[in-house]
Design a protein. Structure first.
Length: 255
C-alpha cells in the first residue's frame, strides 16, 4: 500500500462521519498493523492533514485540510438557489434538509440544514453513500441520460449491485426500474432501506447551461412520519423543486 493509498483510506473514515480516532481505531477499521497505522497518522499530522488532541491523543482532520476543503467549496449560483429552497423546506417541515450531488456511483452531501424538531437525521457535508440505496441517489440518477447511466453501471441488467439494505435493488436491472419510476414520478422515496429507521423524500434539478446536477431531500426518523405525513412532505418538496427547476429552465420541470 502506497502512502497516498493510506491517506485516502484514513480520510475516508472521516468523510463517513467518524469521530476523532486513535491509531488503534484506525488499525482496526482499516485492518492494518498498529505500527503502520501509527506511522501513517504521524506523517499525516506532520504535513498538516491531521491534528492530534494533546489530552486524548486522538486524531481529527487538520486545520490545513479543513481550509483546503472550504476553499474548494465556494457555492455556485445553483447551490445558492438550492440553499434557499432547502431553508424553506427545513423551516416548513422542521426536518433536516440536504443538498447533494453525484460522484460516480455515490452521492456526496454538499450542504445540510438542521431542522427544529428534537430528533434529527444528521450526516455531515462530504458524507458519501451508494446512490442505488437511497431516495437522494435514485433521484439524482433519474436525471442522467441513458448513456450516462450505462457508463456508470453497464448495460447488463443482471449485473449485481452491493447489498445496501432491505428492499434496495440488487441488480442493475432492478435499479434501472426504480430510477425509471422516480423519473416518471419526479420524486424518490425511501423508508427503512439502506438506512434502517430513516426515511427520505428527494428530487433533483439539472442546470441546462452547465450540466450541474443537484439533489434536494428531507430526511426523517421513520416513526415521525405516517403515510399522510410522507405524502405531504413529498408534495411540498416536489412543488418547491419544480419551481426551482422552472427558474433554471430545466426541461424536466417545464413539461
Amino acid at each position: 500500500m502506497s502512502i497516498l493509498d493510506g491517506v485516502q483510506r484514513v480520510l475516508s473514515l472521516y468523510a463517513e462521519g467518524a469521530a476523532p480516532l486513535s491509531f488503534t481505531d484506525v488499525a482496526h477499521r482499516l485492518s492494518m498493523p498498529k505500527s503502520s497505522a501509527s506511522r501513517l497518522l504521524n506523517q499525516m499530522q506532520h504535513y498538516g492533514l491531521l491534528d492530534q488532541d494533546a489530552a486524548t491523543r486522538r486524531y481529527r482532520p487538520g486545520v490545513m485540510l479543513t481550509q483546503a476543503v472550504r476553499a474548494g467549496q465556494h457555492a455556485t449560483p445553483l447551490d445558492e438557489a438550492c440553499r434557499k429552497v432547502l431553508a424553506r423546506l427545513s423551516n416548513d417541515s422542521g426536518l433536516t434538509a440536504y443538498l447533494s450531488t453525484l460522484n460516480q456511483r455515490e452521492t456526496v452531501v454538499l450542504q445540510r440544514l438542521n431542522g427544529s424538531q428534537p430528533v434529527q437525521v444528521l450526516a455531515p457535508p462530504g458524507s458519501r453513500r451508494a446512490a442505488s440505496g437511497t431516495a437522494m441517489g435514485r433521484a439524482l440518477l433519474s436525471r442522467l441520460t441513458q448513456a450516462e447511466f450505462d457508463a456508470l453501471y453497464g448495460t447488463d441488467p443482471s449485473s449485481p449491485l452491493p447489498v445496501e439494505g432491505k428492499d434496495c435493488p440488487v441488480t442493475v436491472g432492478e435499479l434501472a426500474q426504480r430510477v425509471a419510476q422516480v423519473r416518471a414520478d419526479h420524486y424518490g422515496v425511501a423508508i427503512d432501506q439502506a438506512m434502517p429507521g430513516i426515511g427520505a423524500v428527494a428530487a433533483a434539478v439539472r442546470d441546462p447551461a452547465s450540466g450541474e446536477l443537484r439533489g434536494l431531500c428531507l430526511s426523517f426518523v421513520s416513526f415521525q412520519a405516517d403515510a399522510a405525513r410522507v405524502a405531504a412532505l413529498r408534495e411540498s418538496l416536489t412543488q418547491q423543486v419544480a419551481a426551482l427547476g422552472r427558474e433554471l429552465n430545466d426541461p424536466y420541470w417545464l413539461g
